[in-house]
Design a protein around this ligand. Structure first.
Ligand code: ATP
Ligand code: MG
Length: 451
């Protein structure tokens, strides 16, 4: 297999290993992606050199996972994970191997890897592929197949089932039947996996071309009920009106349709979770039509629980909750300019774009079709007009400050906050009021009411 173009930096690194009498292989995703005809994202190397020996070979090495035999080598602007051949034994908690035993050869190292497509090694600087589990054939057939007995391999590490469905969404392969069938048998092990590792896989699912592929496989195998039960419960929740799909399919379509940005994918997370409150708020109105009053509030609360459980950072929890809470806005051309200003204030200028994206995804998920033109354009035009006027939208834009109010004889404290908010409200309704003189007059009158 001399047909791979090995990056010059990789060749240089390999040369250093070889000159010191060590073997080195490119392994994992990089080889898989090369065989799929894709540029490798990052490079993982396997070697017979021990971590201390690798540290001695290169000037900048960080012992990132030394307990598992892994160090990170920084070299010519690249960073590579270098792992000594190893086997893994004793996963008593289904999370992490209790101990690491170094393996004698690359084949043994490959046998502990999760899927055949990930268990191929490319010798550096050159040489025939080492492919003891026919990973090449599976890549050609676009198949995700466990190395060895799937149930045993999944029982060793409960994250592997989620990795299987993640790869399905990420690279569009199918999970081989026996591998898929083993998943429901090992959910007890997956349950013990740390939330952080689950979250990292979810982030990769959400960043993939079609996240719904993974979520549907999760549903089929019980992973969805285990990890995202709030979402699983959206199955068979029928909706009427413009909706063609039940709440789960609608949410998955919306998630797929949401634009990708960068991980964590705020809009895609919001799209996935934005209707989770529907099963809990569903009621029939007198005309026999399903209603979901306040579902955006309930969805936001459920999303907070779910994302907290998965250890998402607070900024993500807050951001997603906010988008979900605001996703039901309903613009009408008769909105006054004050109403547009209040909309901007409620959403927050910096969140407008994400909220538009969420709403477009939501609309797509309703029919499964892109709308012919951007139905948000009338609102966006009004919002942009208002923003261009640079009118007061927050306390800092007022022509008076707390200091001016103190000069009026007010004391700092809650009443002053109430007065400032009242001034802002007045100014948002009528920007002409935003002069120092007028606002001091209003504040003087209000002062009588809040002594
Ligand atoms: P990506 O980088 O896109 O996530 P990858 O295949 O490189 O894909 P990594 O998580 O970087 O995945 O892991 C590198 C390699 O290590 C994998 O290709 C696989 O051979 C092995 N591996 C990773 N995680 C596991 C696991 N939980 N069980 C067994 N082998 C694993
Ligand atoms: Mg990788």
């Amino acid at each position: 297999m001399g047909k791979f173009a090995i990056h010059p930096v990789l060749q240089e690194i390999a040369g250093i290993f070889i000159r010191h009498g060590k073997q080195v292989f490119l392994v994992g995703g990089a080889v898989r992606d090369m065989l799929r005809g894709r540029q490798a994202q990052d490079w993982d190397l396997a070697t017979d050199a021990l971590p201390d020996e690798v540290i001695a070979l290169f000037p900048r090495v960080i012992p990132t996972g030394i307990k598992h035999g892994t160090v990170t080598v920084h070299f010519k602007g690249r960073s590579l994970e270098v792992t000594t051949y190893r086997t893994e034994s004793g996963y008593h908690d289904g999370r992490r191997p209790d101990q690491v035993t170094y393996a004698a050869c690359i084949e043994e190292d490959l046998s502990r890897r999760d899927f055949t497509m990930n268990a191929i090694a490319l010798p550096l600087p050159r040489g025939p592929l080492v492919d003891p589990f026919n990973g090449m054939a599976d890549i050609q057939g676009k198949i995700i197949r466990a190395v060895g007995n799937p149930q045993e391999r999944f029982a060793e590490d409960g994250l592997r089932p989620l990795r299987a469905v993640r790869f399905a969404a990420q690279i569009g392969f199918d999970v081989e039947e026996a591998t898929l069938k083993a998943i429901p048998q090992v959910l007890g092990t997956t349950e013990k996996v740390s939330p952080e590792r689950i979250r990292d896989e979810l982030d990769k699912i959400l960043a993939s071309p079609q996240p719904s592929r993974a979520f549907l496989l999760m549903e089929k195998t019980g992973l969805l009920e285990l990890l995202l039960p709030e979402l699983a419960r959206c199955r068979n929740i029928e909706q009427k009106g413009f909706h063609r799909f039940d709440v789960l399919d609608h949410s998955l379509l919306a998630c797929d349709a949401a634009a990708r940005d960068h991980a964590p994918e705020l809009v895609r997370i919001a799209a996935l979770l934005h209707d989770m409150g529907k099963p809990l708020t569903r009621a029939l109105d007198p005309a026999g039509v399903w209603t979901f009053y306040q579902h955006e509030q309930v969805s936001a609360t459920l999303s907070r629980d779910l994302l907290t459980r998965l250890r998402y950072p607070n900024a993500v929890i807050e951001g997603v909750g906010h988008l979900i809470r605001e996703h039901m806005f309903h613009y009408e051309p008769h909105w006054s300019e004050g109403a547009v200003r209040r909309f901007i204030i409620r959403v927050g200028e910096e969140h407008l774009d994400h909220l538009y994206q969420l709403r477009r995804a939501d609309a797509y998920g309703t029919t499964g079709q892109a709308l012919p033109q951007d139905f948000l354009l009338p609102l966006i035009t009004r919002v942009d007009e208002v923003l261009a006027k640079n009118q007061a939208l927050s306390l800092k834009d007022l022509s008076v400050s707390g200091k001016d109010l103190i000069a009026l004889g007010l004391k700092p404290g809650p009443p002053m906050g109430i007065i400032l908010s009242a001034l802002l409200e007045a100014v948002v309704e009528d920007p002409a009021l935003n002069t120092k003189e007028t606002l001091l007059t209003i504040a003087g009158n209000l002062k009588e009411r809040y002594p």
